[in-house]
Design a protein around this ligand. Sequence first.
Ligand code: GUN
Length: 281
Amino acid sequence: MTKLLNGVDCKNKLKIKLKNKITKIKDKLSITVISVGNNEASKIYIKNKIKECNSINIECKHLHYEKTTTNELIKVIKKLNKDKNTTGILVQLPLPKNINEKLVINSIDKLKDIDGLTETNIAKLYNNEPGIIPCTAKGIIDLLDFYNIELVGKNITIIGRSNLVGKPLFHSLLNKNATVTLCHSKTKNLKSITKKSDIIIVAVGKPNLITNDMVRKNSIIIDVGINRINGKICGDVDFKKVAKKCEYITPVPGGVGPMTVYEVLSNTLDCYKIQQNKNIR
Ligand code: GUN
C-alpha cells in the first residue's frame, strides 16, 4: 500500500514542539516579509506565512511595493538589519526583472537571513557547517526524517537546479551522506536515472513530468511542483498512476508546501538563537 507523506500532519506536530520553545523566550520574535510586484503565487505564500506566524506568536510584518528599485530595497533592508525588534527578514522571490536579486538578498544581515539564501549561509551549507538552511530543502529533510526514511547511502535524484530548491537540496542531502544526482533541462535520458533512484525529488513546475514508467517499484517520490490546471493545484508527478507503484509519495497540495512554511518559523527561532550566540545544532 502506498503511503502518503503528509506535510500538514508533520508540520502540525513539529509546530507544537516549536511553539513550546518559543513560549519560553522572553523576547517577541518578529519577521518582515518584503515583496515587490504582482506575483499571484507569492501572494498565497505570504498569506500562509503570516497565518502560520500568527498561530505561533511570531509577529509577521509585510512590506509590499508595487514598484521599486534595487537601491530602495537595500535601504529598507539595511534599516531592518539595524532594528533590534526584527528577528528575521525574508524577501519573497521572484523579484521583478528590474531588481538585482543577488544584491538585494545579500544585503540581508546573515544573522537575520531566515531564508538561508545569503552567500554566507549558502557557503555554510556547502561546507556542512551549522547555518540557516533554505526552507524547502530543510522542509523536505524534516519530512523524510518524520517518517523515519533513511538517507545514508540512498540514491537520490533531484530534478531542477534552481538556487531556491534544487541546489540547496543537493547539498543538504549530500550532508546527510546520500548519493545525490542533480538533473536539469539538459539532462539526457532522465528516465534511465530516475529508474535507478531510491528517492526522486522533482521541482520543475511541469505537470505530469514524472510518469509511471520513470519510477522504480517501491521508490519514494517527493513532489515540489505547484501548478494550476483549470483552477486546480497539481504537482509535477502523474500522481494517480505513480502512487500505485511507489512506497511513499507527497500529495500536492499538502506535502512539501506546508513544510516550507513551517521552516520559516523554525529558521526564525534559529536566527534568534544565533543572535543570542547560542548553538542551533
Ligand atoms: N518563493 C517561492 N518559495 C520561496 C521561498 O522559500 N523563499 C522565498 N524567499 N521566496 C520563495
